[in-house]
Design a protein around this ligand. Sequence first.
Ligand SMILES: [Cu+2]
Length: 141
Amino acid sequence: MDTLEKLEWATIIGGTVLLFGLGALALPVLDALDNPDYYGEPDYVVKVEAGQWYWKFIYPDGSESGELKIKNGDIVRLELESPDVIHSFYVREMGFKVDIIPGKTRIHVISAETPGEYWIQCAEFCGAYHGGMTTKLVIEE
Ligand SMILES: [Cu+2]
């Protein structure tokens, strides 16, 4: 085996080890993304209705609001539904976007860790007033 062949094998073996190593590092992140139970039992469930052209948040006590308000430290399970067309629940500062498809309930879990106000906007073109389909996520102290 000459030097060039050794270099080829080192590249193949090194690349394979690197590929599987990065894959192993990515597994916990992929698990968290796909698994709504990753954070454990949620403190409560908020139903989210996205319609043309509004957001409605329904809390466990039956109250409703146009803004999502949760307390810092809470683990909140969002159950997202749409009665009309496809919408998308997008919170840029928290790095997530959930497509909401009519006839299906989408699940997303929020772990509120930093108090503040975060912009929520629909990220799926849903008709004439799509651009106005914004609201706030308020994480209270
Ligand atoms: Cu929209």
